[in-house]
Design a protein. Structure first.
Length: 352
């Protein structure tokens, strides 16, 4: 309940997202996403018009603007915030268990068994009382299992369990928040540390929107464009909206958000195929070359799957009765079985 004089904040009612994965380098897709701030119409066919209202003093980048989209027909007043990806080597490393042996990793199943044995009240978290109970009356099976892996013995050592508990308690999993209990994600991250996820985000902080500029109303919320490296050479692109709009809320899902994600994936795949080195880190990179590659990618079409499986059908010719011969993909044979020898010798021999 909001106190007297305060306005109760209402939850967003325009919530949708489009998520795709594409094989490319993070530098390539982030370079494209940055360029889409200055030239959004080049990347999003649903954007009809943009008008910059404010730019940064130093780098002259867009800070506030008016964007008009086609479907659904709307004008959006928003600011632009850029959060670039932090290099993986500069990101904080996850805290891992002392004595963790990379040659003898602990499986998720084994770790889950130990977690459940320590969590005697089965509430999904481990507190200090449960650790102390394990130290005072250790279960022989648990004790034997833990002693088989040096990283796990920290939990059964009177001198080290407190340090281990403090290290597990949200050291990195929940951005340093310490709450005095250890959840399963924290427990797992301590014994099976994972590589930090690199991501970059461009956020539109929406102020107002409406069908036309004269009918715009306050609509607090965000439209975010995020790129995330989920694996080596595999990038996840997400466009998401969380906006509080007047009732009835506008539908951004299929006509814009999901369509944007699919189209951006297609463009990135074509550029990665045409220019694998594309990105700001490329020695030949310039904005002029960047836009020429984007233009070329838009005109480029991958071979249809039917044609790719059947080279003899390329160009919509009928299928050759002898695939692989004289179809433009295989060298012309010097001599085919049953064909007459050069110089008409076959005719001469028949006459003799």
């Amino acid at each position: 309940m909001a106190e007297e004089g305060e306005v109760e904040e209402q939850p967003p009612n325009v919530v949708c997202s489009g998520k795709v994965r594409v094989s490319c380098q993070l530098d390539a897709i982030w370079t494209l996403l940055l360029d889409s701030i200055e030239y959004p119409i080049l990347y999003d066919s649903n954007i009809a018009r943009v008008r910059s209202l404010e730019r940064e003093a130093d780098e002259k980048g867009v800070k506030r603007r008016m964007t008009t989209i086609i479907n659904p027909k709307h004008v959006i007043l928003h600011t632009v915030e850029i959060t670039p990806p932090v290099p993986k080597e500069e990101m904080p490393r996850p805290v891992s268990a002392p004595g963790l042996d990379p040659e003898n990793p602990i499986s998720i199943e084994e770790l889950g068994t130990i977690f459940n044995k320590i969590d005697v009240n089965a509430n999904g978290v481990i507190d200090k009382k449960e650790i102390i109970a394990l130290l005072e009356q250790p279960d022989e099976e648990t004790k034997a299992f833990c002693q088989g892996n040096h990283a796990l013995t920290v939990l059964l050592n009177v001198d080290t369990w407190k340090l281990a508990f403090e290290a597990m308690d949200s050291a990195a999993t929940f951005k340093g928040r310490k709450d005095g209990i250890i959840s399963w994600p924290e427990f797992r991250a301590f014994f099976i540390p994972t590589e930090p996820i690199v991501n970059g985000t461009i956020t539109w902080h929406v102020e107002k929107m409406g069908p036309v500029e004269s009918e715009m109303e306050p609509c607090p919320g965000t439209i975010t464009f995020t790129v995330k490296e989920v694996d080596e050479g595999v990038i996840e692109y997400i466009m998401a909206t969380k906006i509080r709009a007047p009732e009835p809320p506008v539908d951004f899902s299929k006509p814009w958000v999901k369509k944007n994600a699919a189209a951006f994936k297609g463009l990135v795949e074509k550029i990665a195929f045409l220019c694998p080195s594309f990105g700001k880190g490329w020695e030949l990179y310039s904005q002029a070359v960047h836009h020429r590659i984007v233009k070329k990618a838009k005109e480029f079409n991958f071979m249809q799957s039917e044609l790719a499986r059947s080279p003899s059908a390329l160009g919509y010719y009928s299928r050759s009765p002898t695939p692989g011969i004289r179809d433009g993909f295989s060298p012309y044979p010097d001599k085919r079985e049953g064909s007459p020898p050069p110089g008409g010798q076959r005719c001469q021999s028949s006459m003799n």
